[in-house]
Ligand binder design. Structure first.
Ligand code: UDP
Length: 248
């Protein structure tokens, strides 16, 4: 990982400890220099998954920037005595990068979500970000990477956004990022939000750190996934306790 940012370890995953503004400035610099970068926006669920899946954990160590997505990471950092200033989420970062790409006439490639969703996203980008060169897109339900990757290789986009959910999107990026010196980022369910198929929590819910609850109301099937949070917090407290013991 580049050394520019201070790093903070949460349950053995190394996060960048910085603000959205500083991070976006860095990505703009990287993009201008055509540096190959891999961004992971990680929440507690991802941290737990990485603990149980060494191959996935290895992918995270090879990413250039792992950002704190989800209030659980910010809370965990505070509990461990290594606070981080704010969340750097996949959706917000995607929106900021689209703005930036539009004002700098950059090119992008999109992979992920259902066919209807990606079609809608492509349409939205063409109308709302007219200076972005959308060089290609593909839905997230494919059998092998080959066609998509050769398109990316030919078009050499400035950004590749992959929205197939974790761990799939990070595995895809790790497998293929060498074909183009782009900024590669996994953006989870962001295309569904961009297309309007899923609503993002209104600002009130976001400000009060209960965005996860809003999401749960929208998609009750997420309940099982959300059981990860208490498990995660338990591990954080265990880690904190261990740290204290070491110090004494
Ligand atoms: N998805 C996909 N291909 C798959 C499985 C999922 O493109 O094989 C898409 C799905 O349509 C959705 C996104 O990946 O748009 C996953 O969203 P989710 O909110 O689960 O991702 P998270 O942000 O939680 O990782």
């Amino acid at each position: 990982m580049p050394n520019k940012f201070k790093k903070t370890k949460i349950l053995d995953i190394e996060f960048i400890n910085t603000t959205n503004d500083a991070f976006l400035t860095q990505i703009a610099t990287d993009s201008m220099a055509h540096i190959n970068r891999f961004i992971v926006t990680a929440n507690p669920e991802i941290v737990l998954f990485a603990r149980q899946h060494p191959d996935y954990k290895k992918i995270l160590t090879q990413a250039d920037y792992v950002t704190p997505d989800g209030i659980g990471i910010i809370k965990g950092a505070a509990i461990l005595g290594t606070p981080m200033p704010e969340r750097i989420t996949g959706y917000d970062t995607l929106m900021s990068l689209l703005e930036w790409a539009n004002s700098h006439q950059k090119s992008i490639y999109l992979v992920g979500a259902a066919e209807m969703v990606i079609q809608k996203v492509a349409k939205t980008i063409k109308s709302d970000y007219p200076n972005i060169n959308l060089v290609g897109f593909h839905n997230g339900y494919f059998k092998n990477d080959q066609d998509i990757v050769s398109n990316i290789k030919i078009s050499q986009p400035d950004f590749v956004f992959v929205a197939t959910g974790f761990p799939n999107q990070e595995e895809f990026i790790q497998r293929n990022r060498q074909v183009s010196d782009s900024i590669w980022m996994g953006v989870g369910g962001s295309f569904d939000v961009l297309a309007g198929t899923v609503n993002r929590a209104p600002q009130f819910w976001q400000n009060h750190h209960i965005e996860w609850l809003y999401r749960l109301f929208q998609e009750p099937t997420r309940f099982i996934r959300m059981l990860a949070i208490p498990r995660y917090l338990l591990l954080i407290y265990k880690e904190k306790f261990r740290g204290h013991k070491k110090k004494n």
